[in-house]
Design a protein around this ligand. Sequence first.
Ligand code: AMP
Length: 249
Amino acid sequence: MKVLVPVKRVVDYNVKVRVKSDNTGVDIANVKMSMNPFDEIAVEEAVRLKEKGVATEVIAVSCGVAQCQEILRTALAIGADRAILVETTEELQPLSVAKLLKALVDKEQPGLVILGKQAIDDDANQTGQMLAGLCDLPQATFASKVEIAAGEARVTREVDGGLETVSVSLPAIITADLRLNEPRYVTLPNIMKAKKKQLDTVKPADLGVEIKPHLKTLKVTEPPKRSAGIKVPDVATLVAKLKNEAKVI
Ligand code: AMP
């Protein structure tokens, strides 16, 4: 069974992003970029499935600018077998990514696609769901455990107030939540090995997909600055302030 793992290049989670002065977006010039953390978890899960003998091939795919190759190399260093870059400088929104991935699903016929549950830059949480819709495949989102047996995936999902276990027939789309696994450290020998693995580049037109944005960002603003705190002399004053001023108790 082939497993396809879409990985997105995003601003590293340690970077404190700054809004551009014209409020059109965040400044990503000269900022450290990395693989979306949920996608790292998705790659780790796919590689573990291969190590268990459940998956036969793990294919990482990224859509975006040429530099996405760097995160594809990271996926290869974690243990993916080969990678595909769908190269474009156009702005990619979730529906466009889902269409590109659908074309690759048609071509590669994976038994499973594992995406991250959400990209930490746009926080859309849409691509996996849209891909399942476009491919007319079952989906199990926010997975914290995945077991594959007898042509089915048993997926434990993190839902409000507990865990839900669902079973989906394969092929299926799964999105990875934080507690699915802890990705391994990428070792230097594996980084060296990854340099020799196959990385193919295609253009959206090669996949017959036209990139078209469906929404326009009107404005991006900083969150309001936190106002300074105050010190209260005793507990009684604190309780009085919480009651009468903050009105929270
Ligand atoms: P989103 O719907 O934007 O929150 O993204 C959810 C997931 O879709 C991510 O965690 C990735 O697995 C995948 N994804 C989104 N954008 C891309 C992209 N440009 N290239 C590859 N995978 C992507």
